[in-house]
Design a protein around this ligand. Structure first.
Ligand SMILES: NC(=O)c1ccc[n+]([C@@H]2O[C@H](COP(=O)([O-])OP(=O)(O)OC[C@H]3O[C@@H](n4cnc5c(N)ncnc54)[C@H](O)[C@@H]3O)[C@@H](O)[C@H]2O)c1
Length: 293
């Protein structure tokens, strides 16, 4: 029997964390949203509020649903505020050492029967599970960005994940109205294993001068019918996240075809991380995005 999930903790209130809190609260779960930064928590609550209002204006949700979703979410800077959650989803930065520290600290206060999940884009679920006191109740629940709009969630079992945990995660994701693709625990799973090398190749195309930012994005939008160009998409994902995923692929699969483009490294070193810092392959500080190359 799958354990009943009623209260969900979300660690990290960035673009993915606020999206996961949003859909879980709309799905009827009590949600506790955590971040180390009070400012990020405040801005996440404002984003959730704004996105729920937009859904109401588009008649996707009712006023009652908007109100009860907001009432379902509480925010805390303290990890022990999540101790009585039935499921905790970690969605902090894509750095293994940060995630391992979070799991270590979380497990010290979390009730033993609770399930722990990571929204990692690429890091081994088996390895993250091994840093907890409950590898059998650890699973990858990988949401797509933007969470309220995207239909897919990847579920990834670690080597020790038990059936009850998998079933509970499946029931949780289904209650959010999302579709599930099950992936084996290999670097970057399914979506990012395919998507990120394409984005990295687009950055090489820019780096080698084959085309400029506008030409590359237009080529893939009009020539391959992609809804967003690959460089625009990289800015949307976050260039730090893109680089971390390519590093995990490069190290995990030991194949030079996954070598992160030096231009991607340079943008990250500059702190030009895409939309979240207002600058990446486009500059977002004006009325409309302007290519930076
Ligand atoms: N961006 C995407 O398109 C995307 C899609 C799917 C999955 N992911 C994954 O989701 C995770 C988060 O990505 P994001 O785009 O939301 O990043 P982000 O940079 O927008 O947000 C990360 C948040 O984590 C917080 N944080 C850092 N250390 C913390 C800690 N110790 N405890 C609590 N909070 C902490 C930061 O303050 C920040 O608010 C990453 O693992 C990423 O790979 C990202």
């Amino acid at each position: 029997m799958a354990a009943a999930i009623k209260k969900v903790g979300v660690i990290g209130s960035g673009q993915m964390g606020n999206g996961i809190a949003h859909v879980a609260a709309l799905g009827g779960f009590a949600v506790v949203l955590n971040d180390v930064s009070a400012e990020r928590l405040k801005s996440a609550m404002a984003t959730i509020n704004g996105n729920l209002s937009r859904q109401l204006a588009k008649k996707i949700i009712t006023e009652d649903a908007r109100k009860s979703a907001l009432a379902n979410i509480t925010a805390t800077e303290k990890l022990d505020g999540l101790s009585d959650c039935d499921l905790v989803i970690e969605t902090a930065v894509e750095k293994e050492e940060v995630k391992r520290k979070i799991f270590h600290d979380l497990c010290a206060t979390l009730k033993p029967e609770a399930i722990v999940a990571s929204n990692t884009s690429s890091i081994s679920i088996t390895r993250l599970a091994a840093s907890t006191d409950r590898p059998e109740r650890f699973i990858g629940i990988h949401f797509m960005n933007p969470v309220p709009l995207m239909e897919l969630v990847e579920l990834i079992r670690g080597i020790a994940t038990d059936d009850a945990t998998f079933d509970a995660a499946k029931a949780f994701v289904t209650q959010l109205g999302k579709q599930i693709a099950v992936s084996e625990d290999f670097p970057a799973f399914i979506v990012n294993r395919i998507l990120l090398p394409m984005i990295n190749e687009a950055i090489y195309t820019l780096y080698e001068g084959v085309g400029n930012v506008e030409a590359i994005d237009m080529a893939m939008k009009l020539g391959a019918h992609h809804p967003m160009g690959p460089l625009e998409l990289a800015d949307f994902i976050g260039l730090d996240t893109c680089l971390s995923i390519m590093q995990v692929l490069h190290e995990g699969l030991a194949d030079s075809k996954y070598r992160p483009c030096p231009l991607l490294v340079k943008y990250v070193e500059a702190g030009w991380l895409g939309r979240k810092t207002q600058r990446g392959f486009y500059d977002y500080r004006g009325d409309k995005p302007v290519p930076t190359r």
